[in-house]
Design a protein around this ligand. Structure first.
Ligand code: PEP
Ligand code: MN
Length: 366
């Protein structure tokens, strides 16, 4: 059972203006005072209120550009003073937290390599104890929902109540066009367990290339997520990190304007009546599905007992392959995809084998 988190609603942070999406934008890395100020001024002029820039950069190889460090915090302070934007950066150690607090950084986030590390998360949570700044936690690099939740729990226990998450996709060895596999089902699961958590998507690190930013941002909006964190640089071609995935402020605005934002819900009477009727139909169908599955498993039990009496092995792969092939052939006729039918029947088969095994084991220890 999911535990609840004690959080302050994002509407009370004083950071974001509605309607959706709430936007955080700025360069992957702060590189120079000029680059930071140029980007920030342009973004502010286009209505962006929250500015991001990495100061300490977690790079794969040593010797790559690893961020400008503390001088960058002074530039962020200047952004805040001159544009009125809120500013945020990534922290990966308690020292980073203390430096950010010293320079009046408004919000911090934990990167994917940090949220995967409970020792670091605890250290950072302890450093944030007694502060009031909002904290966003990116998903860990690996698709481990519990690790992500654990990071949130550590912060919350340390008293961080202005808490949110950023979904940036997962490292994968699978073949995907994206830099990080979106794994949206993990985001949906987290959203379902903690609907009160402000949820951002980071299409930049998910996509790895600016050509994917619009489709990924649209998907995030279609899923009802509240916000986007997007990398934006005044001159992406010469960026010292993540050049391929950054957008100019002008292109960012074009992207935001092309998003189709659907309402999360509607108070319209006709809509409510229509949706209630459809949901009532779904409830009945789901009940029937449960009944049918239960009946099928009872037959599986009988088969198990029958095989036991006749000393026949439970797993009959030939029979199963035949059955699955037949179902896949019929799939289209029922308006279902072959993949879906395969997934569902594999799950049913697994349970059926389990149920038959229980029968086989019965009485064995006696
Ligand atoms: C970043 O936001 O620049 C960054 C390093 O992201 P991630 O932790 O998602 O890789
Ligand atoms: Mn980056």
């Amino acid at each position: 059972m999911a535990k609840t988190l004690d959080i302050v609603p994002v509407s009370e942070w004083g950071f974001f203006t509605l309607p959706r999406p709430m936007v955080i934008a700025g360069p992957c890395s702060a590189e120079s005072e000029e680059q930071v100020m140029d980007t920030a001024r342009d973004l502010a002029a286009r209505g962006i209120h929250v500015f991001r820039a990495g100061i300490w950069k977690p790079r794969t190889h040593p010797g790559s550009f690893e961020g400008v460090g503390i001088p960058g915090l002074k530039w962020l302070k200047r952004v805040k003073e001159e544009t009125g934007m809120k500013v945020c950066t990534e922290v990966a150690s308690e020292k980073h937290v203390y430096e950010c607090l010293k320079y009046g950084i408004d919000m911090v986030w934990m990167g994917a390599r940090t949220s995967a590390n409970p020792f670091l998360m605890q250290e950072i949570a302890d450093a944030l104890h007694d502060t009031d700044i909002p904290v966003l936690v990116k998903n860990p690099v690996n698709p481990d929902l519990d690790l992500w939740i654990g990071a949130l729990e550590r912060l919350n226990r340390a008293g961080v109540r202005k808490l949110g998450v950023i979904h940036r996709g997962f490292s994968t060895t699978e073949n995907t066009p994206y830099r990080n596999a979106p794994g949206w089902q993990i985001a949906i699961e987290l959203r379902t367990r903690y609907p009160e958590l402000p949820f951002f998507a980071d299409p930049s690190h998910m996509g790895g290339d600016r050509k994917y930013l619009l489709e990924l941002s649209q998907r995030a909006m279609d899923l009802g997520l509240e916000g986007l964190m997007v990398e934006s640089h005044c001159n992406p071609a010469v960026a010292l990190s993540d050049a391929k995935q950054q957008l100019t402020p002008c292109d960012l605005l074009t992207l935001l304007e092309s998003l189709l934002i659907r309402e999360k819900d509607s108070g319209d009477k006709d809509y409510r009546e229509g949706i209630d009727q459809l949901r009532a139909q779904i409830d009945i169908i789901d009940e029937n599905l449960l009944y049918t599955l239960g009946s099928r498993m009872k037959v599986s039990q009988k088969i198990g007992a029958y095989k036991k009496t006749h000393n026949v092995a439970i797993l009959q792969t030939g029979r199963w392959e035949q059955l699955l092939a037949g179902m896949k052939e019929k799939a289209r006729g029922y308006g279902l995809s072959e993949q879906f039918v395969e997934d569902v029947f594999n799950a049913i088969h697994e349970e059926s084998v389990r149920v038959q095994n229980v029968i086989l084991e019965e009485g064995r220890e006696a």
